[in-house]
Structure formats: C-alpha cells, structure tokens
Design a protein around this ligand. Structure first.
Ligand code: AMP
Length: 286
C-alpha cells in the first residue's frame, strides 16, 4: 500500500494504474462503516483508493473542524489489513492551493435536513468531492446511505456535470444495539451512548407507523416524541421526505425518514429509507 501526501505524487501513481479504480472518500478515523465501503470497492475493482481528508470547507465557523477525531496511524493499519492499494492523504494547503472565485452551489436540495442547520455544508461537500473525483478519476465511488442527503446530492452532481463514473450506495452499518457507526460516536458520554440507540428505535417506530397509514406529520411527531422522551439529546430535525428528491410530500414511492440530534459534544444523524409499493404497502429497503 502506498500513501500519497500530495496531488502530484498521487497523479504519478494514478498514471500507472490499469483497470477499474474504486474510490472511497472519507474524513478518516475509520470504523466498520468505512470498512464496508472499502470491502465493496476491493471486491469489485483492480485497485482501491481511500482518501482521508478533513475538509475545512464543509465545516461552519462554530462546528467541530478542530476537534474532529483523527488517528492516521490506526487508519493506515486498518486500510493495509483490508487490502487498500493507495491512501490519498493530502494537506489542506495542497488541496486548496488556488485562489478562485468559482464555487459550486448545492441549490434547493441542500435547504432541507442537515443543509438547513449547516448552511454552506453541502456546497463544501460538493466542492471537495468534485476535486477528489478529478484527482482520483475513479471508475466507481462508494458512499454510505448513512449520509442520505449527501448521497442524493452526489448522485445529482454526477448527473448534472457528467462525471464519467458510477456511484455505489452502501447500506448503513450499525452497532449491535442499532446505533449507526460514526466517527463522532467517541464523543458521547456513557449515558448518551446508551441513549443513542433510541434514534434508530424512533426511526423504526416511525417507519412502521407510516407503513400502517400515518401521515407524514403524524410520523414526524411520533419520532420526535420518542427521541425527546428517551434521550437527553436536543432534536435538530426529524423529517420525512421523498427520496432522492427530498420533497415534503405524503405521496411518492420512496421516502427518507431522517433525524439529527445534538448530544453534549456530538451531533448524530441517522435515517431509514422507506419504499412504498403500488397497493400502498411499504417496506424498508435497508
Ligand atoms: P465520513 O468519514 O464520515 O465523511 O464518511 C465517509 C463515507 O463513509 C461516507 O460515504 C459515509 O456515508 C460513509 N459512512 C459513514 N458511516 C457509515 C456507516 N455507519 N455505514 C455506512 N457508511 C458509512
């Protein structure tokens, strides 16, 4: 496995690769969710590139950029064990070396869910993903359904700008009690960690209620009620939208039921996809 700390060293390595290149972009501090994306890529491609970059342009001024968890040595060991071929681990100066007035706007779809409480976040995500796609030039890039809005926006980016690659969606990997694996889970206190599985339980309750005929509003209220009665977390949002277009409608065939909750030192997000078939019965696609 090779580690490239700059765009130029990466490009040299990339030029010598033949066959399909799989790509897994991350911010590091790897866990089993990342490992699943990497395994999928390694199984399907000639080589797999893992990028580790805590991208400053997707963090707001009062967010956790400085204290985002990092452990490159541990990540490197895990990547090597899994069979990753190359880690692209650039510095911020190397990634953003040019002064430019050009930017990408995530538009309307970024005004909901996480985008509503993190202004500019998805503009930053699309900016770095565009740069990474152009640097890495993958055949296939792997993203987690855990970040459902991000995935919908990246699908839309690829189609809007004709990136010559395929996006593969990977279902959310969870702890045994249902908590979605996340690098930020290390910031939960012991009490918060035991409460955090209630997010998944609340989403499951909401999914069943929606399947059984509850309206969008009723479902959202039920999920909120469960989270506020079972945790000390502060709800940022609970929403039920069509997926992937993210519209606030009761009608449609596929939906995302999503939440974000602030605990003392971590903001957790989770979601479930719900598919509605013709006779109005629904089933979970995760
Ligand atoms: P991050 O390092 O948090 O930016 O995540 C990098 C990639 O891993 C993104 O595509 C995430 O959606 C994905 N990911 C993070 N957590 C999980 C998880 N629990 N299950 C599946 N994919 C995940």
């Amino acid at each position: 496995m090779i580690v490239c700390n700059s765009k130029s060293s990466f490009r040299k390595w990339r030029a010598s690769q033949i066959g399909p290149v799989g790509f897994v972009p991350t911010m590091g501090f790897l866990h089993e969710g990342h490992a699943e994306l990497l395994k999928r890529s390694i199984a399907a491609n000639s080589v797999t590139v893992l990028s580790i970059f805590v991208n400053p342009t997707q963090f707001g001024p009062n967010e956790d950029l400085d204290r985002y968890p990092r452990d490159f040595e541990r990540d490197q060991k895990l990547a090597e064990e899994l069979g990753v071929d190359c880690i692209f681990y650039p510095t911020t100066d190397d990634m953003y070396d040019a002064q430019t007035t050009i930017s990408l706007s995530a538009g309307e779809m970024a005004n909901r869910l996480c985008g509503a409480s993190r202004p500019g976040h998805f503009d930053g995500v699309l900016q770095v993903v565009t740069k990474l796609f152009n640097i890495v030039q993958p055949s296939t890039a792997y993203f987690g359904q855990k970040d459902a809005q991000q995935l919908a926006l990246i699908d839309s980016l690829v189609s809007a700008f004709d990136f010559p690659l395929t996006i593969e969606r990977v279902a959310t990997i969870r702890e045994s009690d249902g908590l979605a694996k996340s690098s930020r889970n290390v910031y939960l206190t012991t009490d918060e960690r035991s409460q955090a599985s209630e997010l998944y339980k609340a989403l499951q309750l909401g999914k069943t209620a929606f399947e059984e005929g509850d309206s969008r509003e009723q479902t959202i209220a039920l999920v909120k009620q469960h989270i506020s009665s079972k945790t000390t977390g502060l709800i940022d949002y609970v929403d039920l939208l069509t997926y992937p277009n993210l519209e606030p409608l009761d009608t449609g065939s596929q939906f995302v039921l999503a939440c974000a909750v602030y605990f003392s030192k971590a903001r957790l997000i989770d979601n479930l996809l719900i598919e509605r078939v013709k006779n109005n019965a629904t089933y979970d696609v995760e």
